[in-house]
Write a new protein. Structure first.
Length: 289
């Protein structure tokens, strides 16, 4: 019996050792990890990627961004790489349910500040040297301040800034808004104290910074921000560890409106209207693990 017990224990130890040995040979596949960052201090840019001041007769504030969604992410080797000719690492779902082709909001990935938005195996990304990244932002949800009857309150702004958006419904601070149709870039909803209003910003009201507007333009009505890697991004195809890209978006004074009362306070009841809701720049940062 003692010999049997000893033999059994030896077998268990042997199997356990083999198991550990096999596990040590197993390595996780390296990934391209993409994170989101919303920076209130990052330089505020215009459509041409140049530093921008607040428009005359307007005022602006920096919102607290709660969520954001991107529909498209592309790595571009050079400043002359046209949109769509780089390495497309992500493209969200689209649908014709609303008539014309549109982003399917029900399938959108919603990301928060500092969170991992996307993980892609590096084996699925073409090896090469990349200088630029393009990101099509489709949705953002943020908290803003406004003035009502002399009282400063907060509300939640949801804005759809993709080229075209098919929306069945969406949640804004616990309130469900039913749409069941397509909405072009600039559709928004505002919630405060349980009440929701919505509207459509004028065409061209969304700023989309693109420093490559001369060599690599983007289509009118899209929201494809372009940002440059400070030291480039190199993917060899032989990586054994993750590569992380932090997509840092400028939200500095990104919520802009036309002033009626020149006090720097957003006051919808006084007839002040939203003039811009676009993110104000993109800087990608690379970390090699």
């Amino acid at each position: 019996m003692k010999k049997l017990i000893a033999l059994t224990l030896s077998s268990i130890v042997f199997l356990f050792s083999c198991s550990n040995s096999d596990d040590s040979k197993t390595t996780a596949e390296p990934n391209l990890v993409i994170k989101l960052k919303f920076d209130k201090n990052q330089v505020r840019l215009n459509n041409f990627g140049q530093p921008s001041e607040i428009g005359e007769g307007n005022a602006a504030q920096t919102p607290v961004v709660n969520f954001m969604s991107a529909h498209y992410i592309e790595l571009a080797p050079s400043a002359t790489t046209f949109l769509g000719e780089g390495e497309i690492v992500y493209k969200g779902e689209e649908t014709n349910a609303g008539g014309s082709k549109a982003i399917d909001f029900s399938k959108a990935i919603l990301g928060q500040d500092g969170e991992v938005f996307l993980t892609v195996p590096l084996s699925e990304v073409a090896a090469g040297n990349y200088s630029w990244v393009r990101v099509s932002v489709s949705y953002q949800n943020g908290t803003i301040k406004f003035l009502s009857n002399g009282n400063e309150l907060t509300g939640t702004m949801a804005s759809f800034i993709g080229y075209n958006n098919y929306i069945t419904s969406f949640d804004i601070n616990g309130n469900t808004v039913a749409v069941n149709g397509n909405k072009l870039q600039g559709y928004w909803a505002f919630e405060t104290l349980g009440f929701v209003i919505d509207g459509q910003a004028p065409e061209g009201a969304v700023t989309v910074p693109n420093p490559l507007f001369e060599s690599s333009p983007i289509p009118q009505g899209s929201c494809v921000l372009t940002g440059q890697f400070a030291n480039g991004l190199s993917i060899t195809g032989n990586e054994t560890k993750d590569i992380t890209i932090d997509l840092s978006f400028s939200i500095k004074d990104s919520f802009e409106w036309n002033e009626v009362n020149a006090d720097g306070k957003f006051e919808p009841a006084a007839g002040e209207t939203l003039t811009d809701m676009g993110l104000r720049g993109l800087i990608p940062y690379v970390t090699y693990q």
